[in-house]
Design a protein around this ligand. Structure first.
Ligand code: ADP
Ligand code: MG
Length: 673
């Protein structure tokens, strides 16, 4: 056999459900990137995954083509039919089924059940001759595969007898001539492997499903066929083999509960559990009949979906009829003739070269999936493995993935959802900032053009009002009026120049600056007030490329606002530090705070909450323009509600610190090269 697996996955149909993993007694299914693939070395070809996959993603390599070719080859072809056939073809009747097989072109149509009779005799002989030995039946090829791969220490217990299929084919060759070619038809997928692993006289092993396809290919139906009899040799109790305990019954091993000498276990969980117990030495029985499926009647090669009990009934019905009509003398004659042929086979262990992970490795793997304590191991089975430890061990062997663990995946999803939420919030903040900055930019343009237009007439008003002031003596009745005129015009000039600043008409002149030093120098010229305490502390070595005049202006705007927010006095805290790639200075006050509804507006030019003549509403707008020109940012934290804690405001200004600025310059240069 080449390296391809007998059972394979149709990738497009496979969804991440792990049902096949759960149903595989050999854990021969690897999940890779969420998809299941069968591992040839581990697979026992029981076909349970094919039965379990609701989406039909597990497929079996078909031998229909091969069979059709053989039928057309002109050779003498015989068919041996497994005793579970009444389950699949019971509704058309055994004789019509045989007739259909003949119509397809089979020269001889025999029952495997006679081979089962021969095998039963061999088992009896073994048990009688070796009363001290413990035997495991070897009629089920999936069980044989399983023992060879996973219980090498029990291989010596496998009864060294060929399967009923092989026994039957040997008898047929002896009876009908060595030149016949034999096709087996049955409920089993593992038979396809068996005929390749053991010297056998069977050419092709078809499932009942495949046989139906062959009938179709040859246009053979119940309607266009006639009844016919099976060819001899006819079986006796071998017909019971496909039912659980049928083998014991057919071998006349009395199933006495008290003695427990003979035992039978069928079905995936039962046969694997039984093997565990046999290896442990818990089972004293002398002969143990194991079947992988819940009896061959439940095999994956059958297409009906009747229950186990109705299937048993169909086999029983046929068996009774067969048994009561059999000619015992003929049967004895055949048995005597064939019982001494060679049915011996030596089963050998199949080394998978697989080391079991250590406890330490398993512990580490469990921790990776967030399972630190025994209570964390939920053993929920969602991954397809019966315990978290088994799953971890499969992961170490490269058979499973952590995503298969439902609690772990849910936890990961939660984390991802949190991260997404976080980035979403970040994104909406950035969006808001973008809208704000666009608004400010257009306002800046408007302000700049108005300021520009006003600058010249204001200059003229200023000039003439000053000339007037100089010409008028203080005792003149209009002297005071002219003085007010000059003062207010100067104020207008100031506003206009602030507006021009805001619109970044003045280009900054960048210089490497020690931010702490810059603040220290500002505080030296700051007009101290009795009721305001300044608490300044700055880390050294916080450098940025800035226009020190402009940053001093920002500083002054922020400190002035802080002072104005604390008419009753308070503390202004100024801090300077480095935060990642930024130089940061923060100014906080214990003032009235900024109301929630004003937060969005405070950077807008002319927005002020101060009384007319007091605030221009340009301080923050100008500061914003300056900080943007420095590729920095301003963050505000404020509380204006005394119920929520002490009121006050903190402005945090971030400016790219020098290393980053230098680096980005360098990369720019590199980019240009
Ligand atoms: P102005 O100081 O001329 O009002 P600004 O642009 O400097 O203009 O400030 C705009 C508004 O932001 C202020 O009127 C005030 O409502 C609010 N504000 C700024 N800084 C503070 C602060 N530290 N505490 C409370 N409110 C502040
Ligand atoms: Mg201000």
């Amino acid at each position: 056999m080449n390296n391809e697996t007998l059972i394979y996955t149709e990738k497009e149909l496979c969804k991440t459900c792990y049902t096949c993993v759960r149903g595989c007694p050999a854990k021969a299914i690897r999940i890779y990137q969420g998809q299941a693939e069968v591992i040839k070395e581990r697979c026992i070809n029981c076909g349970n995954c094919v039965l379990m996959c609701r989406r039909g993603a597990k497929k079996v390599k078909t031998d229909v083509e091969k069979a059709v070719e053989l039928m057309k080859s002109g050779s003498k072809i015989a068919v041996c039919v497994a005793p579970s056939f009444p389950v699949e073809f019971g509704d058309i009747g055994a004789m019509r089924f045989v007739g259909m097989l003949r119509k397809v072109g089979f020269e001889y149509v025999c029952e495997v059940a006679f081979g089962a009779d021969i095998v039963s005799l061999q088992y009896r002989r073994l048990v009688n001759e070796n009363p001290d030995k413990k035997y495991i039946s070897s009629a089920c090829p999936a069980v044989v595969n399983y023992v060879r791969k996973y219980y090498p220490s029990l291989v010596k217990n496998l009864a060294p007898v060929v399967s009923p299929m092989i026994a039957s084919s040997r008898v047929m060759k002896n009876f009908y001539g060595d030149d016949i070619k034999i096709i087996f038809v049955g409920p089993c997928i593992a038979k396809k492997m068996e005929i390749q692993n053991y010297t056998s006289s069977v050419e092709i092993a078809l499932t009942f499903k495949e046989m139906k396809e062959v009938f179709n290919r040859f246009g053979v139906s119940e309607a266009n066929s006639v009844d016919s009899y099976f060819d001899p040799p006819y079986p006796a109790k071998g017909v019971l083999y496909p039912i659980g305990r049928g083998l014991l019954n057919a071998s006349e091993f009395e199933d006495d509960i008290l003695s427990g000498r003979f035992m039978s276990a069928s079905g995936l969980e039962n046969f694997t559990e039984a093997l565990k117990n046999i290896e442990k030495g818990d089972i004293k029985s002398q002969f143990i009949d194991l079947l992988c499926c819940d009896g061959c009647i439940m095999g994956p090669g059958i297409s009906t979906d009747n229950s186990k009990y109705s299937r048993e009934e169909m086999v029983r019905l046929y068996s009774k009829d067969k048994y009561f009509n059999m000619k015992i003398n003929d049967w004895e004659e055949w048995i005597t003739r064939f019982r001494d042929m060679d049915y011996y086979v030596e089963y050998t262990p199949e080394d998978l070269n697989e080391s079991q992970p250590s406890k330490e490795e398993i512990k580490k793997m469990l921790e990776k999936m967030g399972k630190y304590r025994v209570e964390d191991e939920l053993n929920c089975g969602a991954c397809g493995y019966s315990s978290c430890v088994e799953h971890a061990s499969a992961m170490i062997k490269g058979l499973a993935e952590s995503e298969m663990c439902l609690p772990y995946t849910i936890e990961q999803l939660k984390l991802t959802a949190d991260e997404l939420k976080e980035s979403y919030n970040q994104l909406s903040k950035t969006k808001q900032a973008l809208v704000q900055s666009e608004k400010l930019a257009s306002m800046g343009q408007l302000a700049a053009s108005i300021a520009h237009e006003l600058n010249n007439p204001l200059g003229i008003i200023m000039l003439y009002s000053k000339i007037m002031q100089e010409d008028i003596k203080p005792d003149n009745p209009i002297y005071n009026d002219v003085k007010v005129l000059v003062e207010q015009t100067e104020r207008c000039k100031k506003i206009v120049s602030s507006l021009l600043n805001f619109a970044r008409k003045n280009k900054p002149i960048f210089k490497k600056t020690d931010i702490s030093l810059l603040i220290e120098n500002y505080l030296k010229i700051f007009e101290k007030k009795d009721n305001i305490k300044i608490d300044f502390s700055g880390e050294g070595n916080v450098f940025s490329e800035v226009d020190s005049d402009q940053i001093t202006q920002v500083l002054s705007n922020l400190v002035t606002n802080a002072v104005e927010a604390m008419p009753g006095g308070g503390t202004i805290k100024i801090r300077v530090y480095k935060d990642g790639k930024n130089s940061v200075f923060s100014i906080s006050d214990t003032g009235c705070g900024i109301k929630e509804e004003n937060m969005k507006k405070i950077f807008e030019p002319f927005f002020t909450t101060k009384q007319i003549g007091k605030g221009t509403g340009l301080g923050l707008a100008v500061s914003y323009g300056i900080i943007k020109a420095h590729k920095g940012s301003i963050e505000i934290k404020s509380n204006a509600d005394p119920n929520k804690g002490p009121t006050g405001t903190e402005f945090i200004v971030r400016l790219p610190c020098l290393e980053t600025a230098e680096k980005s310059v360098k990369t720019d240069v590199l980019k240009h090269i």
